[in-house]
Structures are given as structure tokens and as C-alpha cells.
Ligand binder design. Structure first.
Ligand code: ADP
Ligand code: MG
Length: 333
């Protein structure tokens, strides 16, 4: 990298937008944010590590910049809140070029602009071997609006946004050295967080519990169920699948497990009272967001997947866990 640390910081300082709540942004020892009376400040952090979360021979840097914002926005959306600002920690390996850094920052700033977010600080270091991206995001919501994982109620409906399994199918194809369609590449490399949906569900108090799907439906739903001390019955026939995923499924039915366990969907999963079905459907219509009712919260603390004829189904894959010993390879056809 030719550019020096302070030259880089000055460049991004000039590029960073300022909002009325940002009293101090990049350039001092700390940022200073005004939290309006009656609001909570929400904070979340995500690490993206080279060769764990991404490979530089698979992704372009602008997409990586964009995705690193999206995965953080997704966490704030999952609380029913609105994102406000981000902090960017970068560990840059020796071979990393100024062009690569520019491309990353272009994608990063484009995503900030799209989501109306401010870059308010960070840290920049040289790393020994691989690229490290550490992002902290902060958001706001009126006190009491935050939607946690622990408040799902028995008989609630379970809803999910978008489609499931596209990103995992893309990853499986990459791992098998197969080419990706534009659609799958976009779903894997350039996901968009469901920011508006999260806020709408939160502000209208329509979700009883919610989280974003980063590790896979089965794994993330288990987190929500455990936190709420309930169980769920999921109707596999109702899983929302893209056209491309459905086509792949006809060729290889085992791919269903990618929709159930595959990670990086960045869709929202939430529980809601049955009497709010119409309001939720109206909201989906108004904002043009696909939402699907995939199951029901039950009292028995178990997670059951039901096939078309009512038979229980046991997926052969596990959802992603960084500390798990390597399991079965994902199917890749
Ligand atoms: P310190 O020595 O106090 O950590 P730095 O020289 O690291 O300060 O940073 C100076 C300013 O630049 C701080 O406001 C910091 O938040 C900001 N900054 C440094 N790196 C980044 C980055 N990658 N993205 C955004 N802001 C950054
Ligand atoms: Mg520093």
C-alpha cells in the first residue's frame, strides 16, 4: 500500500457525510453522537475475515465493501430499529494495493449512501497476512420499540422475507469451481439488508420476536426458539425459494438442505400474532417486500420441519457455527 495511514484517514474524512446527530465524526479521539430523548442507541459488531468469510479470488472489492455494510445494517433492522452510523476497523495485509483499497471504499461509501448512514470513525492498521474488516454499527429506535429474540409467543405465525438458500447455493457452486449466474452472484456477494422492513415491523409493533438470517434458517430459528423457550413447526412447502433455486432443486433434491441450513441470507425471520396477518400482508404489498408465512410457534421446545405429506423431515446439514468441527460438505450441483 503506497498511501500512508493519515493520508487515507484524511481522504475518508473528507468523503464521510455528516448528519445533524453526529456532533463529532472522524478526526478526534472519539466520535460524539446525540441520542434524542426517549430513544435507545443500539450497537452491533461484525467481523469479516479473509478466507473465513470471503475470498479475494472470488469477490471483487467493491462488492465486499458493500456487503460489509449490509451485514451490519441487517442486525439493526432485526431489532426493529434504524441504522445511524458505522465505525470501520481495517487490518490491511502487505500485498493490499491502493487500488484495492479504493475499490473497497467505493463499495463501502455507496452502501452508506444507499442506507443513509454516516461513517463516524474507525481504526486502520497493517495486518500480517490477511484482510480484516471489523465494523461496528449504531442505530436508534424509540424506547420500547426494539424487537428481541426472546419474546415469541405460542401460536404466533413465523414469517420470513425474501427467498432462502440462494447465497448458500452460490457458495456451493463456487466451492465446486462452477460458474455463477448474475442472480446468484448478487445474492451472495451483494446482499441488501431488509432495513425498511425491520423498521416498519418495529414501529408498527407487528413482530413479537425477530432476528436476521446470517447462519441459516435452522440455526437462527433455534436461537430465537431457545431465547423464547418455545418450539416451532415449519412447513417445508412454504419455504420461499427463488426460481433459480427451484430449478436447481429439481436436478438435485438434496439442495433443499441449503434453503434450511445455508447461511448468509440476510433476510428477516420474525414471529407475529395471527390477528396481524392482514396488516403484515398489507405492509409487504405497500413496500414491495416479499414475505412468506412458513410456520407456527408451538409450546413443545422442539423444531419440526414438515414435508408436503405431513411427514417430519430431518436436514442432513448443520447451520454454520465457527467453532464446530468441519462437518459434511455442502452439496454443490
Ligand atoms: P487514535 O490514534 O486515537 O486511534 P487514529 O489516528 O487511529 O486515532 O484515528 C484518527 C481518526 O480517524 C479517528 O477519529 C478515527 O476514528 C478515524 N479513523 C481511523 N481509521 C479509520 C477508518 N478505517 N475508518 C473510519 N475512521 C477512521
Ligand atoms: Mg486508532
Amino acid at each position: 500500500m503506497g498511501i500512508g495511514e493519515f493520508e487515507f484517514i484524511e481522504k475518508i474524512r473528507q468523503r464521510a457525510a455528516r448528519g445533524p446527530l453526529i456532533k463529532l465524526g472522524i478526526g478526534d479521539d472519539c466520535s460524539a453522537i446525540t441520542v434524542p430523548a426517549g430513544q435507545h442507541l443500539l450497537t452491533s459488531t461484525d467481523l469479516l475475515l479473509e478466507n473465513i468469510h470471503f475470498r479475494l479470488d472470488w469477490t471483487d472489492l467493491a462488492s465486499l465493501g458493500q456487503k460489509s455494510v449490509a451485514v451490519n445494517v441487517s442486525d439493526i433492522a432485526a431489532m426493529g430499529a434504524r441504522p445511524l452510523c458505522v465505525y470501520l476497523g481495517l487490518g490491511l495485509p502487505p500485498g493490499f494495493t491502493d487500488e484495492q483499497l479504493d475499490q473497497f471504499m467505493d463499495g463501502f461509501f455507496a452502501a452508506l449512501e444507499q442506507e443513509q448512514l454516516f461513517l463516524t470513525g474507525g481504526d486502520t492498521c497493517r495486518a500480517q497476512e490477511s484482510l480484516t474488516i471489523a465494523i461496528t454499527i449504531q442505530g436508534l429506535c424509540p424506547e420500547g420499540q426494539q424487537v428481541t429474540r426472546s419474546t415469541a409467543e405460542v401460536h404466533d405465525d413465523l414469517w420470513v422475507s425474501g427467498t432462502l438458500g440462494d447465497s448458500a447455493l452460490a457458495l456451493a457452486r463456487l466451492q465446486a469451481g462452477k460458474p455463477l449466474s448474475e442472480f446468484l452472484a448478487a445474492r451472495h456477494f451483494r446482499p441488501r439488508a431488509r432495513a425498511e422492513l425491520g423498521w416498519q415491523l418495529g414501529s408498527h409493533k407487528l413482530a413479537t420476536a425477530m432476528l436476521d438470517l446470517s447462519d441459516g434458517l435452522a440455526g437462527d430459528l433455534t436461537h430465537l426458539l431457545t431465547a423464547s423457550a418455545v418450539g416451532a413447526c415449519i412447513d417445508l412447502d412454504q419455504l420461499p425459494l427463488s426460481e433459480e433455486f427451484q430449478k436447481a432443486l429439481i436436478v438435485d433434491p438434496r439442495l433443499l438442505d441449503l434453503a434450511i441450513c445455508g447461511g448468509e441470507n440476510y433476510e428477516l425471520l420474525f414471529s407475529a400474532h395471527k390477528h396481524n396477518r392482514t396488516r403484515i400482508e398489507d405492509l409487504a404489498q405497500e413496500f414491495g417486500i416479499p414475505l412468506r408465512r412458513i410456520g407456527t410457534v408451538i409450546a413443545d421446545e422442539e423444531l419440526v420441519f414438515m414435508g408436503a405429506e405431513g411427514q417430519p423431515y430431518q436436514p442432513q446439514l448443520r447451520s454454520f457455527d465457527h467453532f464446530a468441527t468441519p462437518g459434511k460438505p455442502l452439496p454443490s450441483s
